[in-house]
Design a protein. Sequence first.
Length: 407
Amino acid sequence: MKNPWVGRIVGVAFVLLIVGALYLALRPSPVQVDMAAVDRGYLSVTVDEEGLARIADVYTVSAPIGGRLQRAPVEVGDVVHRGTTSLATIMPADPPFLDVRMRREIEAAVEAAEAAVGLAQAQIRAAKANALMLRSEFERAEQLAARGTISGSQLDRAATALSTAEAEVEQSEANLEFRQSELLRAEASLIEPDQAEVNPSRDACCLTVRAPVDGVVLKVASRSEQVVQAGAQLVEIGDPDNMEVIVHLLSSDAVKVRVGAAATLTDWGGEGELDARVISIDPAAYTKVSALGIEEQRVDAVLELLGGPEAWAGLGHDFRVMVHITLWQDENGLRVPVGALFRRGGEWHVFRDVDGTAALTPVEIGRRNNDFAEVIDGLDEGDRVVLHPSDRVADGVEVAEREDGAA
């Protein structure tokens, strides 16, 4: 005969097994999340902005006189030496073309100059004839004075008249030279470009512009021959070993930066980072329109590169770099990833992992950057927090750290 209790125990066990299976099947699984630990480490706040590397002292060589600039003897990148390297040669420019009115005016001036030369020559002949006559009279007066026929004062008047006549001859000859010069000048005004001297002597007419400093050529304004005016830019020269960086900071960021602040340069094309230091900040801002069409107040800050030219080998003039200027740093600060922070009720909060359960925890933070925030209160070193919590994560919800590579 069977024991009735055995059947009852088996039935109860079967029911409990079904209930347990249903509970496990219907029980919500923990939310898969990414987590990170609150730890201590290096924490800094920086101003990040694009900058331009440039040679500190760029010399712009200009044409000292106007003329016909010959083809450039140097190219960009050439090494030049002070006082010896030729940068440009300037020759006299060709005379301009003459229009009809100008030509007739100059031809009339030439005719007037020729007439003036003829008049001056006639004046010389008249002056010489007068001087010849007065010399004869002076010689007769000398003979008469020697015999006592005339007085000494008469002899003096004859000598004075002769001297005056001879001076008039010299004056007439000088006037002739002056009129001949005017004629040459008038005739020169008739010279047109096709009549100009083709190859004038370089020693007599040309100017060679030489390098004012040692360095390399950064820019050649024009390689081809052309006519230039005085002051026209010819060549830019600089020393690539004397490099600096200029950054156009927002005025709100420039207020926080101090002269002497440390900085690093990244994305400059070489290996590693470059160390730099802020050496100057402009006292005035200027308006610059951003790529989005927004007017911004910008302030120029200049940074000195550290480490010597070998550290930034290959970095050239006007090369783009990414600048990170340090405003504050802590070598061993308590920090939490920025991705774990969110606002609720005007305060910062995180979801802290407490034995597999998300606990809504208010935190007080200090300075922060793009990656970490300084923890003032609310978290301890070693606490684990949920990164980028979704709307499925709430206070008291079970969470589990997502395995690497999980979807």
